[in-house]
Unconditional design. Structure first.
Ligand code: BGC
Length: 446
């Protein structure tokens, strides 16, 4: 049966425009459903939001001392050494970045942790004396972990394409400790295990006492916030200094969303079907793939490049989110950067109409992502302060927020549509590479 009204390019694009547009009413619904999932998660009921107590209170800014930090959350990991000087001041950290390859990401967990321990050893080798001291380490581990203490927790499941064997269900600090011991680094004591959102929030919170939310919008996505212990029914541990605790929401798994066929196709083909539904709509690991699936639909209908197939749009994972950024940033009259990109990708001939269509689809996909992020952010802040009676600083980091053209502006517009003038109470501040530094700060809080 022919699909009435979707046969011409214009009609089909209109259909895509309508499908990808998140209306204000829909954003309001996201906020409502987010609140209800947050409450269920805090009560220990079934919810797509894990709402994990992190055992961490807000930093005071007075923390002092020397720490090392390990920041693991993607294909790169970093080792840092830094000094907290108190009064919210840090000395410039010594940092080294290392790359993980496929063998570490999808091989044996032991190999992954063994490699990390070796690199930490190499990092410290520069400083002979430090090899015998007791060194306190803050471990930022950017995957969903059910924490069992400030420095212990079990991996609930890998995300972002990781699949190293023998780690899910295990205490990741124990795995790191045993790799450190095997490498003669028994003098390192893991003082804290923290999610990257928590590190990011702690890093900014060290100098800005209004900071009560941390967000990552990068390869993966997530947020944390400061919650009152009295509204966390599932918490039965001790009290904290301020009666509050940072909660790792694991918002990437939020699933009360209107999904399109494209989202469903992406999810089915992913390494973790049925999980990380919000993450699959808004984060850098997936945005390019959503756009690719849509554009491939145009090609197979003969509505783009005269139906000519090419791997960049035809093969899963080939069209990266950074290509979308490049395409959307092209404001030249002829879309000449898009021409260049297409040529590099083996597509020699494109019409101006083809290029406009590609750019428009990329914009629709990223705009939906920014508006869904705004709704999730608004939900977290109004959970803390429904009337928005005070200023809230959101510490944010991640390539999508930082680099994708228009993303931060579209989030701001979304917040204003949802919260009107009160959106001005929300200050969003970049905490570039804050997750590792933050882990050291938390180690000091601990
Ligand atoms: C993980 C989170 C993490 C986020 C950002 C997600 O895939 O589940 O724990 O905070 O990525 O790195």
């Amino acid at each position: 049966m022919a699909i009435i009204g979707r046969n011409t390019k214009k009609e089909y694009l209109q259909h895509i425009e309508n499908s990808f547009t998140l209306t204000i009413a829909e954003m309001k619904n996201i906020v409502k459903d987010f609140h209800s999932e947050m409450r269920r998660g805090l009560a220990g009921l079934k919810s797509s939001l894990a709402m994990i107590p992190t055992y961490v209170d807000k930093p005071t800014g007075d923390e002092k001392g020397e720490y090392i930090a390990l920041d693991l959350g993607g294909t790169n990991f970093r080792v840092l050494e830094l000094k907290l000087k108190g009064k919210g001041k840090l000395s410039p950290p010594r940092v080294r970045k290392y790359v993980l390859d496929k063998r570490h990401i999808s091989g044996k967990g032991e190999e992954l942790f063994g490699y990390i321990a070796q690199r930490i050893k190499a990092f410290l080798r520069g400083e002979k004396a430090r090899q015998d001291d007791v060194l306190k380490l803050g471990f930022t581990f950017s995957f969903p972990v059910e924490q069992t203490g400030i420095a212990s927790g079990e991996l609930l499941g890998w995300t972002k394409g990781f699949s190293a064997r023998g780690v899910v269900g295990k205490d990741v600090v124990m795995l790191l400790n045993s790799a450190l011991a095997k490498n003669g680094l028994g003098n390192i004591k893991v003082a804290v295990l923290a999610n990257d959102t928590v590190g990011t929030m702690a890093c900014l919170g060290y100098e800005d006492q209004d900071c009560d939310v941390g967000v990552i919008l990068g390869t993966g996505t997530n947020a944390c916030y400061l919650e009152k212990l009295s509204v966390i029914p599932k918490w039965n541990g001790p009290n904290t200094r301020t009666g509050h605790m940072i909660i790792n929401i694991e918002w990437g798994n939020f699933n009360k969303l209107r999904r399109l066929d494209y989202d469903i196709a992406l999810d089915k083909a992913s390494e973790n079907p049925g999980r990380q539904i919000l993450e699959k709509m808004i984060s850098g690991m997936y945005l390019g793939e959503v756009a690719r699936i849509v554009l491939n639909g145009f090609i197979s209908k003969g509505l783009l490049f005269d139906g000519l197939r090419s791997p960049i749009f035809n093969k899963r994972g080939h069209f990266k989110t950074e290509y979308m950024s490049r395409i959307e940033a092209d404001c030249s009259k002829n879309l000449s950067e898009v021409i260049r990109f297409l040529k590099e990708s083996g597509i020699r001939n494109s019409t101006f109409e083809d290029r406009c269509l590609i750019k428009r689809v990329c914009e629709l996909v990223s705009n939906r992502a920014a508006r869904a992020s705004a709704a999730a952010m608004a939900a977290v802040i109004t959970k803390i302060d429904p009337a928005l009676s005070k200023t809230h600083t959101v510490a944010i980091d991640g390539s999508v927020y930082e680099k994708h053209p228009g993303f931060s502006k579209n989030i701001r517009t979304g917040l204003e549509e949802l919260l009107d003038k009160k959106a001005s109470k929300i200050k969003i501040s970049m905490a570039k590479d804050g997750s590792g530094k933050g882990a050291a700060i938390i180690a000091a809080v601990a």
